[in-house]
Design a protein around this ligand. Structure first.
Ligand code: SAH
Ligand code: SF4
Ligand code: F3S
Length: 461
């Protein structure tokens, strides 16, 4: 019997999915990637609630599944708001918070009777648990499950869950609860095991990754100390890898962290620092607790301590009451900070978040236009920065094949995507065997032969 599980959200949801796979595999199920696989007995979704679009996708998918469901058991977990949870309980057989995944075998048995006879009942009768909030104890057990990693090149380590910051637009504090940090011993063990298997890219994950440890006070390392420990493991083992972290909050970024990143080779020179808006009044209404001047100071510190680092950000356009002038300040800030990458989102109200009570007064067409304008600024700044890579040699981590057959892809330490040409004759294309899957997960020296706005092209040396 087989299962499939679809993560709809960010890297955290994808990382959670690895732990769900472990549980389902331990029950003797086999993973399938095909929704119409006749052997499928279980289908699951790991939901995201950051924007309404992601929630609508869940409704679309489950209605579609239910229309031709047969004897398949469906479940939903991940990030969902309490209001959606109740509706999802009517549509899915099982709805549960992600940290309850260790109880999935019992929940499945309660719904289906004995799974070993391969027959699922038409009317499951187990109890769903969407109302339960995540608890510290369950999270700690959940984190210690060994996940099934989906890539040979990159792996994600959850180090922290939840958020105490309550930005007025955001659903996360209501879907993931308050901040809980994982024990550093578990994090470092998982890291050691991954680098032992030669993983080259490791990303530490948390909704507020750099407030790691604050909930535990003196009993736990803080984020800077955790990064330092990873740097030291890199030195002791002599292993080559890049360590990333996402998403940090500007309020908890420190000069000390930048210095530690500068000190150790295994701490990647790439910083993701969400700006959201370039206007102080909007930042205030978003409850971000920093001003544009504070953010600017941080960018100066990054450029000073980590001159080679790339800088990524998150931007929201069309937040409640955002005037044209305020939006233009965001564009100006994007030009000033010359981001290498920006994840730009059109504001959408989230049930339960503070801004839901404010008028979502920016018309859809205006949000659309602002999105396009911000994307154009990103393309300009990023193309200019990528152009500096032309003809340079870069170390690239090979991650897999491009949809177009004759390309393989990877990325630089700064996480700039690199496409590698494979299709010319052998003499002209020394990287011909890069498409060979055995090479995925290895570093290669690459010469950059052309550059675009969001990626570059290279040839393996
Ligand atoms: N903790 C991170 C953000 C995590 S959520 C931080 O503090 O910045 C990921 C991104 O989703 C946010 O940075 C924001 O740009 C976007 N986002 C969150 N809520 C949103 C909403 N209601 N509408 C549109 N975009 C939103
Ligand atoms: Fe959401 Fe703000 Fe927390 Fe980030 S810091 S997860 S945007 S509430
Ligand atoms: Fe979405 Fe949850 Fe990530 S709401 S963005 S999947 S933390």
């Amino acid at each position: 019997m087989k299962y499939m599980v679809l993560p709809f959200g960010c890297q955290m949801n994808r990382s959670d999915t690895g732990r769900i796979r472990t549980i389902l595999n331990s029950m003797g199920f086999e993973e399938s990637e095909f929704e119409d696989d006749p052997d499928l007995a279980i289908k699951g979704i790991i939901a995201c609630s950051i924007r309404q679009k992601a929630v609508d996708r869940v409704y679309g998918k489950i209605r579609n599944w239910n229309a031709s469901k047969g004897k398949i058991l469906t479940f939903l977990s991940g990030c969902f708001l309490p209001a959606d949870g109740e509706k999802f309980e009517e549509l899915f057989d099982l709805v549960f918070p992600i940290d309850m995944v260790s109880s999935l075998p019992e929940m499945i048995r309660a719904k289906t009777g004995d799974m070993s006879n391969a027959v699922l009942s038409d009317k499951p009768s187990g109890k769903s648990a969407s109302g339960d909030l995540m608890t510290k104890e369950r999270l700690e057990n959940f984190w210690e499950l060994r996940p099934v990693y989906s890539s040979k090149a990159e792996a994600f380590i959850p180090i922290q869950n939840g958020c105490n910051k309550f930005c007025t637009f955001c659903a996360v504090p209501y879907t993931r609860g308050r901040e809980v940090s994982r024990l550093s011993t578990g994090i470092l063990d998982e890291l050691r095991s991954l680098i032992g298997k030669n993983y080259r890219s490791i990303t530490l994950l948390g909704q507020n990754v750099n407030s790691y440890g604050l909930d535990k006070g003196d009993l736990e390392l803080n984020f800077v100390e955790l990064m330092k420990s990873i740097g030291k493991i890199g030195r002791e083992t002599g292993k080559n890898f890049w360590t990333y972290f996402t998403s940090p909050h500007p309020r908890d970024m420190s000069g000390e962290l930048l210095e530690v990143i500068a000190e150790y080779d295994v701490l990647a020179k790439q910083i993701h620092l969400p700006l959201q808006s370039g206007d102080d009044e909007v930042l205030y209404r978003m409850n971000r607790n920093y001003s544009l001047a504070d953010y600017r100071r941080m960018v100066y510190a990054i450029r000073h301590t980590l001159p080679e680092a790339t800088l990524f950000t998150d931007i929201i356009v069309g937040f409640c009451g955002e005037t044209e002038t305020q939006f233009e300040r965001t564009l100006e800030a994007m030009k000033e900070f010359r981001f290498d990458m920006a994840y730009i989102a059109k504001y959408s109200p989230r049930p339960g978040a503070t801004s839901e009570r404010w008028r979502d007064d920016i018309r859809r067409e205006v949000k659309e236009r602002r999105f396009t304008e911000a994307s154009e600024v990103l393309r300009e700044t990023a193309s200019r920065k990528n152009r500096k890579l032309l003809a340079k040699k870069q170390r690239v981590l090979l991650c897999g094949e491009d949809e177009r057959k004759d390309y393989s892809f990877g990325y630089t330490e700064g996480r700039i995507p690199v496409r590698l040409s494979l299709n010319t004759d052998t003499a002209k294309s020394p990287g011909k065997d890069i498409g060979n899957r055995t090479k995925v997960g290895e570093f290669a020296m690459v010469q950059i032969i052309s550059t675009g706005s969001l990626s570059v092209e290279g040839r393996v040396l």
